[in-house]
Design a protein around this ligand. Structure first.
Ligand SMILES: [Zn+2]
Length: 415
C-alpha cells in the first residue's frame, strides 16, 4: 500500500505547512495535524511486528530509514478480577509497559528518529526526565544519532538511571517546566544552537506529527477485540488521548468501525488543568500553578485544546483522582491480575473505580485502560518497606520463622 500522508495542516483554518514544522498555525494559532487519504480498505495485511505495520498512516519514511525496536502490538488483556472488584463486567488493559523501553513513548520515538533519519538531521533534542527521555535516548542510540536531553535540576536518580544507560548528552535546567513559555524558550534556544537537529519534544503545539504514532493504539485495539465502550487515558500533554481519537476517527471514516469509544481524560488531583477545562466547558486549557500529584509522569500545569476535542467529539468526560486512589489502584491491579504498571498508569484504574462510584459508567459497559508504563519505572517500595519483611536470623531456624509468617499471612493469626 502506498503512503496515505497528504499534508500537515491547521485543525482550525486548514492552512498547510511543511512536515517539519514545530509550532502552532502562524495565521490563527490552531494546532497542526497530519492529514491522510482515507480511501480504500483499512489494511489488507499486517504482521503484528511493530507500529510499522501501519506505516501508510504515518508521514512518509523510506524503509532504510525506519528505526524500530519492535515497539507496538503490546498485550491487550482482560482484567476479570479487578473488574469484579470495581463492579464492572469487562475491563481490558493495554499494557504499554511491554514496549522496548517500558512505555508508550517508544511509539513516538520510533517515528521521531525515523523522521530524523529521513530528513538527514544531525541529532535530536528534547526536554523530559521521564519516559520520553528514556525512549528518545534509546532510539537515538539505535539510530546512531546524537541526542540531547534537557532535564529538571532535581530529577530523581531512579528516573535518570534508565536514561543515562543510553548515554545521551544531558543538561540540567532550573525552572525548565515552570510554564509553557519557559519550555518553549528552552527548546527554541536549543534549536538556534543546533539548527540541523530535530526538535523531538512530544507535544502537538511544538511537534504536530509526533501525535500520529499514537493512532496505532486505536488500530491495535480495533484489530484485537470488539471495541470497548469507554477508554480511560492518563493525560499529561494529551498526545496519547488525541492520537487515540484520531486513530479511531480514521477507522470510522474507512468503515472499519461504526462508532468511537468514549474517551476519558484522567489526571491526578492537583495537576489536572485539562480535566478542569473539560468540566468547565472551556475551549482552551488554562495554565495552573505548580502541579502536585504522586503520578510523576502527569505532573503538568498546562495542556492543549486537542485533548478537549478528543473528549468532546467522542462523547467522553474528564476525571481527576487523588494520590490515595492512584496508589490503591496500582496495588490492586498487581494483586488482582499480576500487572505491575507505573504509578502514572494507575490513574486510569483509579478513575475507573471512581467513575463507577459516580455512576458515570454502567456495570454492563466494556471499559479499557491504557497502562502507559511499566511498574519498575516508578515504584513506591522503599528501604523501610524492605526492612519490614519478616527475617529468619539463620537457615537452621527457617522453619520456625516460616510457620510464624504463614500463620500471620494465611490465617491472620498473631505473628
Ligand atoms: Zn490556522
Amino acid at each position: 500500500m502506498t503512503n496515505r500522508f497528504e499534508s500537515l495542516a491547521c485543525a482550525n483554518c486548514g492552512r498547510a505547512y511543511p512536515a517539519d514544522t514545530h509550532s502552532r498555525c502562524t495565521s490563527c494559532g490552531g494546532i497542526l495535524e497530519g492529514h491522510y487519504r482515507l480511501d480504500g480498505r483499512f489494511l489488507d495485511d499486517f504482521h503484528r511486528r511493530s507500529i510499522w505495520d501501519f506505516a501508510e498512516f504515518f508521514p512518509p519514511v523510506k524503509k532504510e530509514n525506519v528505526i524500530s525496536l519492535g515497539e507496538g502490538w503490546t498485550p491487550y488483556v482482560e482484567a476479570p478480577n479487578f473488574a469484579k472488584r470495581v463492579g464492572l463486567r469487562h475491563i481490558w488493559c493495554k499494557i504499554e509497559g511491554c514496549n522496548p523501553t517500558g512505555s508508550f513513548k517508544d511509539r513516538a520515538a520510533s517515528l521521531g528518529l525515523s523522521l530524523a533519519s529521513e530528513w538527514r538531521k544531525k541529532g535530536v533534542f528534547t526536554a523530559s526526565d521521564g519516559n520520553a527521555a528514556a525512549a528518545i535516548s534509546a532510539y537515538s542510540a539505535r539510530a546512531r544519532m546524537k541526542c540531547l536531553v534537557l532535564i529538571a535540576e532535581d530529577s530523581p536518580a531512579q528516573k535518570l538511571a534508565q536514561i543515562m544507560m543510553y548515554s545521551p548528552i544531558l543538561l540540567r535546567v532550573r525552572g525548565l517546566y515552570e510554564s509553557v513559555s519557559s519550555l518553549e524558550s528552552a527548546l527554541e534556544q536549543t534549536q538556534a544552537i543546533l539548527p540541523d537537529w530535530l526538535n523531538h519534544f512530544i507535544w502537538a503545539p511544538f511537534n504536530p506529527l509526533l501525535v500520529d504514532p499514537y493512532k496505532t493504539l486505536a488500530y491495535e485495539i480495533a484489530l484485537s477485540q470488539k471495541l470497548p465502550d469507554c477508554i480511560f487515558v492518563p493525560v499529561a500533554g494529551g498526545e496519547l488521548l488525541s492520537g487515540l481519537y484520531r486513530g479511531f476517527q480514521e477507522l470510522r471514516e474507512m468503515g472499519q468501525v461504526d462508532r468511537l469509544p468514549r474517551l476519558v481524560a484522567v489526571q491526578g488531583e492537583g495537576a489536572d488543568p485539562t480535566v478542569q477545562a473539560i468540566e468547565k466547558g472551556l475551549d482552551q486549557v488554562m495554565e495552573t500553578g505548580p502541579p502536585r500529584t504522586v503520578a510523576g509522569a502527569l505532573r503538568v500545569n498546562f495542556g492543549a485544546e486537542h485533548s478537549i476535542t478528543a473528549v468532546r467529539k467522542s462523547d467522553g468526560f474528564g476525571i481527576s483522582v487523588s494520590d490515595e486512589q492512584i496508589m490503591k489502584g496500582q496495588i490492586e491491579i498487581a494483586q488482582d491480575e499480576g500487572i505491575f504498571c507505573e504509578i502514572s498508569s494507575a490513574v486510569a484504574l483509579a478513575a475507573i473505580s471512581k467513575a463507577v462510584d459516580l455512576g458515570k459508567i454502567g456495570g454492563d459497559e466494556t471499559v479499557a485502560a491504557i497502562l502507559t508504563g511499566a511498574g519498575l519505572k516508578d515504584y513506591p517500595v522503599t528501604a523501610d518497606d524492605i526492612s519490614n519483611i519478616p527475617l529468619s536470623e539463620n537457615v537452621s531456624s527457617l522453619s520456625t520463622a516460616l510457620e510464624r509468617v504463614l500463620a500471620s499471612e494465611l490465617f491472620g493469626g498473631a505473628a
